[in-house]
Design a protein around this ligand. Structure first.
Ligand code: GAR
Length: 233
């Protein structure tokens, strides 16, 4: 297969930018054939801006409060992203809803990451919601952004256990470690041209199938003393 050209990313942030950092690191390790053409923050005080600058990545602050409407703010985002010749928009802790202005400018070319196993716990404070619900397994999801909130076709998910003594911070940290693995992976699959959207589903070409007998149990099966399920047991 011919190598695909380097992918130009535009990363949108609002805060500390650890997912941005995981993408920077994956590129620097040679695991992702991409460059970050531009990082945009809607907040001037986002610590993620310094991460980008440290790696020599151009940054812009576009403060949503300067705009009269969501559409006008998104218009400014589109203008900046197009000027940087961005091909894939990556939302990484970007805490603004996207309007049709940007969705139509980048059809099927905007990704987001969310700290739950969607469609469970969409919206804000997903880790707290999982804890309060008493979920025993949660995780994170990378998906293509659509007009619905955290509702688009799912590209990659990772599951983690909720520990008996978890608080919001410890659970968020456990999920975040997986976010940093799956976001570069999802972007890589896109760069390699292996993602196809079919309705609600994302088809991944040439991906190894997961082990159908593999399951994360909580409590673990060792605590229950039950045999592993599956054909070979
Ligand atoms: C991440 O946990 C991400 O999943 C979440 O914000 C955090 C950003 O962290 N995003 C959402 O909740 C979106 N609904 P980061 O700035 O360190 O990447």
């Amino acid at each position: 297969m011919a190598a695909r050209p380097i992918l130009r990313l535009g990363v949108l942030i609002s805060g500390r930018g650890t997912n941005l950092q995981s993408i920077i690191d994956a590129i620097e390790r040679g695991e992702l054939n991409a460059i970050i053409a531009l990082v945009i923050s809607n907040r001037a005080d986002a610590p993620g801006l310094a991460r980008a600058q440290k790696s020599g990545i151009p940054t812009r602050v576009i403060d949503h409060r300067r705009f009269g409407s969501r559409a006008e703010f998104d218009g400014a985002l589109v203008e900046a992203l197009n000027a940087a010749r961005v091909e894939l928009v990556v939302c990484a802790g970007f805490m603004r809803l996207l309007s049709p202005v940007i969705l139509n400018a980048f059809p099927n070319r905007i990704m987001n990451i969310h700290p739950s196993l969607l469609p469970a716990f969409p919206g804000l404070n997903a880790q707290k919601a999982a804890l309060e619900h008493g979920a025993r397994i949660t995780g994170c999801s990378v998906f293509f952004v659509t007009p619905g909130v955290d509702d688009g076709p799912i590209i990659v998910q990772a599951a983690v256990p909720v520990m008996p003594d978890d608080d919001e911070h410890s659970l968020s940290d456990r999920i975040l470690a997986q976010e940093h693995r799956i976001y570069p992976l999802a972007i890589r699959l896109f760069q390699e041209g292996r993602l196809e959207i079919a309705g609600r589903k994302v088809i991944i070409r040439d991906a190894p199938a997961p082990d159908e007998n593999e399951a994360l149990l909580n409590p673990p099966r060792t605590a229950l003393d039950i045999p592993r399920s599956g054909r070979n047991n």
